[in-house]
Design a protein around this ligand. Structure first.
Ligand SMILES: Nc1nc2c(ncn2[C@@H]2O[C@H](COP(=O)(O)OP(=O)(O)OP(=O)(O)O)[C@@H](O)[C@H]2O)c(=O)[nH]1
Length: 393
């Protein structure tokens, strides 16, 4: 791609977007580990009240992460607030070369792009929109969310991820190529793309011209329908609590941003200081309702594995646990964010509460159900910290 050079000292800001669970955090983590000499600042956003994504990348970033735990970025901040966040990352002493904004899986990318183009911060320049696509779920996601096509048409780079899971990867790649405007389409598994490619993916001069404010303001017919319904009069997200109480669950429902992908979604955040019983959790997960599209977070199985916490990811029917050693200074908490449509958040919360257990000892086979969903570290050759379950009771 031909790139305009940013003015001296201007830091490119890349927006990383893509549907829930497509692999944005995985890609960001990959970039953080493989960026060579470049220093990446990350602005991480999450939908739930607990900032799972922020925690997932925080270790790699130290000071250079700013996270917003306040719902979808496009709804949570206005341009001047965004400028304040960018200002923190553009602080010359941090020496950051590129800023990546990981949008919530439910964010409308054009809102973010519009805010970046409107940014008055002299130290930053809009660096392009990267859309991550889950190749395995692409048809299903498109059927439910035709807006995806619009997002792809705006993208500068599309990463077609999870090709290892796609039945017809070539077919998906071809379809995506037909949907983009002039974006580069990059095949990937586990977000492993060449970082150079991403940092270079600044839009061309023409592209900036094309992506004018007017384009970005263009009304989506589906939004107009909603407005006629008075849909946008619904209350925005109710207050998000960062300091989740023990066993506290927190939900927010349809919000004011009609036409955004998240308009029809509910989310629930669950935090517990008491460990979780693995069998009970598996029973909960095995019977999770269809509409519960995404689960992510950390699980403390207490005496069943005192060394590791278990990162959990569910996307649709897909479920994986990733054990990793508890960071030395972290509080032992179970923190989960559940996102779905038409889910009964109160009932789910109750079920999760019932998974808590203060039992001091682990029984011998308690973890078997969980370990069936632990990824074999050989599966992707990825940089996993895990070396095997440490079940010391
Ligand atoms: N099989 C497979 N799994 C992947 C790949 N990339 C990511 N995953 C897994 O997919 C799940 C979701 O990945 P994330 O990176 O958290 O996705 P995300 O887009 O940040 O998710 P949200 O924050 O919910 O929008 C995790 O379990 C990842 O390990 C891939 O290429 N292949």
């Amino acid at each position: 791609m031909s790139q305009p050079s940013p003015k001296p000292q201007q830091i490119p800001v890349v927006v990383l977007a893509g549907f829930l669970g497509s692999g944005k955090t995985t890609l960001l983590n990959h970039l953080l580990h493989r960026s060579g000499g470049s220093r990446i600042g990350a602005l991480v956003n999450d939908f739930g009240a607990i900032e799972i994504d922020a925690m997932a990348v925080a270790g790699a970033l130290g000071d250079s992460t700013v996270s917003l735990g306040n719902g979808c970025l496009c709804c949570a901040v206005d341009a001047s607030e965004l400028d304040q966040y960018l200002e923190r990352l553009a602080e010359p002493t941090l020496g950051i070369d590129v800023i990546v904004i990981e949008a919530s899986g439910l964010a409308e990318p054009q809102e973010l792009v519009r805010m970046l183009l409107a940014s008055e911060h002299p130290g930053v320049v809009y660096g392009g929109l990267v859309e991550v696509v889950d190749a395995a779920e692409f048809d299903a996601t498109r059927a439910r969310h035709p807006e995806i096509d619009r997002h792809l048409a705006l993208a500068d780079l599309v990463v077609v991820n999870k090709l290892d899971r796609a039945a017809d990867g070539e077919g998906v790649l071809e379809l995506v190529r037909s949907l983009v405007d002039r974006a580069a389409v990059v095949p990937a598994t586990y977000g492993r793309i060449d970082p150079e490619f991403l940092f270079d993916c600044r839009p061309s001069e023409e592209r900036i011209g094309q992506l004018s404010f007017d384009d970005l303001h263009e009304d989506d017919p589906s939004e107009a329908d909603h407005r006629e319904d008075g849909f946008h009069d619904h209350d925005p997200h109710d207050g998000h609590s960062h300091a989740a109480q023990d066993g506290d669950a927190h939900r927010h429902g349809p919000d004011a941003h009609a036409g955004h992908l998240h308009a029809a979604y509910d989310s629930l955040s669950f935090a517990s200081e008491a460990p979780v019983d693995p069998r009970r959790l598996m029973t909960f997960l095995d019977s999770r309702p269809e509409g519960l599209y995404r689960i992510k977070g950390y699980v403390d199985f207490g005496p069943y594995d005192i060394r590791n916490r278990y990162v959990v990811h569910a996307v649709g029917r897909f479920l994986r646990f990733y054990p990793e050693p508890w960071p030395a200074d972290s509080e032992r908490l179970t923190q989960l964010v559940l996102i779905g449509s038409g889910i009964d958040a109160a009932a789910l919360e109750k079920e999760l509460q019932a998974c808590r257990s203060e039992a001091p000892h682990a029984d011998e086979h308690g973890m078997w159900g969980v370990l069936r969903y632990v990824r074999d570290p050989e599966e992707d050759g990825a940089d996993q910290a895990w070396t095997g379950p440490a079940t010391s009771a």
